[in-house]
Write a protein that binds this ligand. Structure first.
Ligand SMILES: Cc1cc2nc3c(=O)[nH]c(=O)nc-3n(C[C@H](O)[C@H](O)[C@H](O)COP(=O)(O)OP(=O)(O)OC[C@H]3O[C@@H](n4cnc5c(N)ncnc54)[C@H](O)[C@@H]3O)c2cc1C
Length: 397
């Protein structure tokens, strides 16, 4: 087995790494600023530089202005960009736009691609993905309550969603709604494009997450769709195809997320090692001299390495045998990496003591905003159940 990273990919990754450290780390102090507009302008300047460096939209198709990297290449890129919470946004491959771009690319009509996909890849507009509902379990999307009823040439949407990340300032939402209640469970829902200036699209609030409300891209919206009317041409793919299309983006999307989390682990690990070596804990003694700290460092290093190899293996499987055959591996990396992330962040905070709890390092921001990793993209428990079922099925034949 060859673990060598191709020279071209290595060069890209190194250029990005240098940019992140030099240009983005200094901006992280403003992540919790109340002036989103000013912050966005600052980030836009960095985005222009990234475009000039021809490093924009690494995973998006070349014909729409991206770099067209393969899944494995983008996995390595996602790792390096994940070191900063600003990385994916500044390089034009941030969730939820990245997933929406994939859906539009695979299932959009020519008109939808011109109107939504092109400006989205270009970073001129943003979008959100609106599936999870306040009153229904996100873990069981078959219970979706939002409806899109056909009236003449339109769909009329009614429903109450939340955690539509980055809805604030988005140009459009891709909404998951029941269009065909008469169909079997997983053929009832469709994805529909809803421009956010449509009457009946009501962004009620940005949900405070662990005490941070955020704004613009860095926010999570609660939305009431109230007799929200859009033309029937706004449907993506076919009626009743919502879940099938959601499955399509599952594998690659998971690799991107997990490698972003590995990037955060790497950053936290770097901070913990530096702190252990800098902090004097007794006269002439550094924190790093304590065995328990050494054990934590050794454990975290091994945890990160094993999680990373699992993700790269899952990416390799998607490339070589397809996402469907790799479903067990794609589910396993979700809970393994999310828990590694939580453990590494927790250890890094512990090693920093009071400093780790303060906002003077990026660790507390990561802690607040990445705890969700065990919940979104399918709660860990759902993935564990699905993995166990697959394994046990093999014993029943
Ligand atoms: C930061 C963040 C960003 C998000 N962004 C988006 C977004 O952009 N768009 C969007 O549509 N949604 C988004 N979500 C929502 C996310 O997808 C849901 O929170 C997730 O699917 C879980 O649904 P729920 O919150 O309704 O929890 P529930 O379904 O109510 O589940 C609650 C808990 O019950 C347990 N559980 C559930 N099912 C089982 C089971 N079968 N077996 C055992 N235990 C189980 C799990 O521990 C789970 O955490 C986001 C969430 C977060 C936290």
């Amino acid at each position: 087995m060859d673990f060598t990273i191709p020279e071209k990919t290595q060069i890209i990754v190194e250029m990005m790494d240098e940019f992140i450290k030099k240009e983005l780390y200094p901006l992280e102090k403003d992540l919790e600023s109340n002036d989103w507009d000013a912050f966005e302008r600052e980030l836009d300047k960095k985005r222009q530089i990234v475009k000039q460096m021809e490093l924009w939209a690494p995973n998006h198709p070349k014909e729409f202005g991206g770099m067209g990297l393969t899944l494995m290449e983008h996995a390595l890129v996602s790792e390096v960009l994940g070191q900063s919470s600003l990385g994916h946004y500044v390089f034009g491959c941030q969730a939820p736009d990245a997933g929406n771009i994939e859906i539009l690319h695979l299932h959009g009509t020519e008109a939808q691609k011109e109107k939504y996909l092109r400006p989205l890849v270009d970073g001129k507009i943003r979008s959100c993905f609106s599936m999870t509902e306040v009153d229904m379990p996100g873990s069981n999307p078959a219970m979706l309550e939002t409806t899109a009823v056909k009236e003449g040439d339109d769909y009329v949407i009614n429903g109450h969603k939340w955690y539509s990340s980055s809805a604030d300032g988005a140009e459009f939402a891709i909404v998951m709604a029941v269009t065909n209640p008469e169909n079997s469970t997983y053929l009832q829902a469709s994805m529909i494009i809803v421009p956010t200036d449509t009457k009946g699209f009501n962004l009620v609030r940005n949900i405070p997450v662990m005490g941070h409300t955020g704004a613009g891209y860095f926010s999570h919206g609660e939305i009431i769709y109230q007799n929200c009317r859009v033309p029937k041409e706004n449907i993506l793919g076919g009626e009743g195809q919502g879940f099938v299309m959601a499955q399509d983006r599952l594998g690659p999307g998971r690799i991107h997320h997990c490698m972003r989390w590995i990037g955060i682990c790497n950053r936290a690990f770097d901070l913990m090692c530096r702190r252990a070596l800098e902090r004097t804990i007794a006269p002439g003694k550094k924190l790093a001299s304590k065995q328990i700290i050494q054990a934590w460092i050794a454990e975290c290093a091994a945890d990160i390495q094993s999680a990373r190899l699992m993700v790269l293996h899952a990416a390799w499987m998607i490339d070589n045998v397809g996402a469907s055959a790799a479903r067990k591996e794609i589910s396993m990396i979700k809970y393994v990496v999310a828990n590694t992330l939580q453990k590494v962040l927790d250890t890094a905070i512990q090693i920093h003591g009071g400093l780790g709890m303060s906002s003077d390092t990026v660790l507390s921001y990561f802690w607040c905003h990445e705890r969700g990793a065990r919940i979104y993209d399918g709660a860990d428990e759902v993935h564990k159940t699905s993995v166990a079922k697959r394994i046990l099925r093999g014993y029943m034949d």
